[in-house]
Design a protein around this ligand. Structure first.
Ligand code: NAG
Ligand code: NAG
Ligand code: NAG
Ligand code: NAG
Ligand code: NAG
Length: 373
């Protein structure tokens, strides 16, 4: 018992000295803010003008509220955008046009001079057409179209070739899309939020530990990580360390073992992909003709490398239906443009060489309507 006593006493002394010499932390004057309850929560590195003091935000991250209590950001060379959401841990921000005509804004988007850059870019070509588009299942950009002309945007090479001979070219723009493999089949009205990322200030490590970044003190340029959990009373903190620390450590060890065994299993499965295919293909009668795709066609399908946050177009679809393993960060995925199903690139490439249709919906890329026009 006696040997345990000096430790809490020492902790107390350390906390006491720490508090005595600490300058006024910006956390004491910067509380989270927002324009309206349904709008994003604003905190460091962002700052809401007229709600939070200057020292609460990083330069270039100032936001403000408009007359409708929408959250806006003014990008130096592109003007005002409505902030749709902010992911502080992934350091991503989603923007749209406050006047609901994003494609018009994309024509003049210039991110230089702002702390943001696109996460994924995808080139879209805009055309101004006079023909009746409905029979081609094209999706027009309503806010740019008029009574006698219609504007389309496409990222599909075949659709661009089709439109180029029938319409006048407006421009080709690099759109900061949310998913590079979420490729519109033929046309898009480009109304979906654009996704931008920031690199500096980097607070990923702090956020992943449940903390929040902020300037150390009012006039300081030093950024510190404040752990929100540290704001509990000292006795509660001590109890948590003893009460939860040990079980958590055990859980962590267990979790680590689980992950290890999964990775080993996955490796085994990945190293025998041909065997799995032969199981699938074998029961088919040998009389069916082999109708695989060639290498250049497969290569032309959109590919993406999964980021750390592993955001997928359909969040519930996070398993490759060919090898049945979960998508992990840094893995390369490929999607089939016609139906937008995605798979591990190495799995789907193998499949498409043998079999020209999507393994999920049996949609054959070769039967799409444009090849006949
Ligand atoms: C905006 O918010 C303020 C106060 O939070 C409120 O008084 C005002 O009615 C809101 N305006 C709109 C258009 O919602
Ligand atoms: C973006 O804006 C900067 C600064 O005004 C300018 O130098 C640059 O040429 C612009 N880029 C494009 C592609 O217009
Ligand atoms: C499309 O063409 C029409 C004339 O045919 C023109 O009035 C209109 O401004 C053009 N729109 C765009 C976005 O270029
Ligand atoms: C559209 O075309 C019709 C028939 O050619 C014409 O009467 C009408 O004035 C045109 N509308 C516009 C806005 O140019
Ligand atoms: C911060 O700096 C300004 C001027 O640079 C000064 O007036 C102010 O007193 C300083 N605030 C603190 C808390 O040091």
């Amino acid at each position: 018992m006696d040997t345990n006593k000096p430790i809490p006493f020492l902790l107390f002394i350390i906390f006491f000295i720490n508090h005595l010499f600490k300058p006024i932390s910006s956390s004491e004057i910067c509380s989270n803010s927002f324009c309206r309850r349904t709008e994003p929560i604003i905190r460091f590195p962002f700052r809401l003008q007229d709600h939070q003091p200057n020292s609460c935000g990083y330069p270039g991250f100032d936001l403000f509220c408009d007359a409708f209590n929408q959250t806006l950001i003014d990008l130096p060379n592109s003007g005002e955008f409505a902030v749709q959401s902010i992911d502080y841990a992934a350091q991503n921000i989603w923007l749209n046009d406050p006047d609901n005509c994003l494609p018009k804004r994309l024509l003049n988007l210039n991110l230089s001079g702002s702390p943001f850059d696109g996460f994924f870019f995808q080139d879209f070509t805009l055309f101004n057409c006079t023909f009746d588009y409905r029979k081609y299942r094209f999706d027009p950009i309503a806010c740019l179209s008029g009574e006698n002309f219609t504007v389309f945007a496409s990222s599909s090479e075949r659709a661009v070739r089709f439109l180029a001979s029938r319409c006048s070219l407006v421009a080709t723009v690099a759109v900061p899309v949310q998913w590079s493999f979420f490729q519109p089949v033929l046309t898009s009205d480009l109304s979906g939020d654009i996704r931008l990322a920031w690199g500096s200030p980097s607070c990923r490590r702090c956020e992943s530990r449940g903390g929040q970044c902020g300037f150390r003190s009012v006039n300081s340029t030093v950024i510190e990580c404040r752990n929100v959990r540290n704001r509990l009373p000292r006795t509660a903190r001590y109890a948590i360390i003893v009460g939860a620390g040990l079980p958590a450590l055990l859980c962590l060890v267990g979790f680590f073992c689980l992950i290890c065994s999964r990775i080993i299993n996955r490796h085994r499965r990945r190293h025998h992909p041909i065997m799995e295919f032969s199981v699938v293909v074998a029961p088919q009668p040998t009389t069916t003709t082999i109708s695989g795709l060639d290498g250049p066609t497969i290569e032309s399908y959109p590919k993406t490398i999964l980021g750390e946050s592993r955001r997928l177009p359909k969040p519930d679809d996070n398993v490759c239906s060919i090898c049945l393993s979960e998508y992990l960060p840094k893995e390369t995925l490929r999607s089939i443009p016609e139906c937008q199903h995605c798979f591990h690139a190495e799995c789907i490439d193998e499949w498409l060489r043998l079999n020209g249709s999507c393994p999920v919906c049996r949609n054959s890329p070769k039967n799409s309507p444009l090849t006949h026009t």
